[in-house]
Design a protein around this ligand. Structure first.
Ligand code: ADE
Length: 235
């Protein structure tokens, strides 16, 4: 799987792939990454990539020409490139999207800066547009890394132990149950006693109940979906 990051600040992207799991995935060639700077495509003699808003409004917007030429260049080289724009005014990215997108061959993330991107470029090129939450960041670079990370761990071979994917949060619309490691007692706090007894059937039931409680308390919106989809039975 290839990820291309279209950004005015490529140096924000590269360090994230220099450690841990994603570094190993690059070394194994399971993932490839590339960055392209739209400033290199501007026809403006001062290399300008932003301008004021038509119709008024504060701040500057990324102009269409450099981004349009960057994306046309990428598509010309690879017509399978799947283009995702990041903006806070879009649908929210979810775990379901991460799984679905992990089947693509080449994803291109387009990061806005300043007050955003001229809407016409989004309409001309976007296969999808995502927000990562109801807050506004200074640019799309962090959201693109967040989404890239979430997609990558669903790609075969990226995680050492892919069975860990099955029990984590959002599988079956549930938050993951609390987990513990050694020591059994830490600063006078014990792990849940049942977890120490080795009865895996009982532990699984308890974990499921704890997942339900956690979801009900922290994410009533998810819990409601669970009930309406008939995914759990009230005892
Ligand atoms: N750019 C700025 N804020 C963002 C957000 N919340 N999601 C996606 N892109 C963004």
């Amino acid at each position: 799987m290839k990820f291309t990051f279209v950004t005015l600040f490529p140096n924000l992207i590269k360090p994230y792939f220099e450690e841990s799991i994603l570094k190993i995935a690059l070394q194994k060639n399971i993932l490839q990454i590339d960055t392209i700077n739209p400033r290199d495509f501007t026809k403006d003699k001062h290399k300008k990539v932003d301008d004021t808003l038509i119709g008024g409004g504060a701040g500057m917007l990324m102009t269409p020409q450099p981004l349009n030429d960057t994306l046309s260049h990428i598509k010309k080289k690879d017509n399978s490139a799947y283009i995702i724009f990041l903006t806070p005014s879009a649908k929210l990215f979810t775990q379901k999207d991460a799984k679905r997108l992990s089947k693509k061959e080449h994803i291109v993330f387009v990061s806005g800066r300043y007050e955003g991107i001229d809407e016409r470029v989004i309409e001309m090129h976007a296969n999808e547009v995502f927000s990562i939450g109801d807050f506004v960041l200074t640019g799309g670079e962090l959201p693109s890394l967040v989404i890239c990370d979430a997609i990558s761990r669903n790609i075969q071979g990226v995680l050492g132990n892919s069975s860990s994917l099955e029990v984590e949060s959002f599988e079956n619309h549930l938050l993951e149950a609390p987990s513990f490691t050694k020591p059994n007692i830490f600063k006078k706090n014990s792990v849940i006693k049942e977890f120490l007894k080795g009865n895996h059937g009982k532990i699984a039931t308890l974990k499921y109940d704890l997942s339900l409680l956690k979801t009900k308390y922290h994410r009533p919106d998810l819990y409601k979906k669970l009930k309406t989809k008939g995914k759990y039975h009230e005892k």
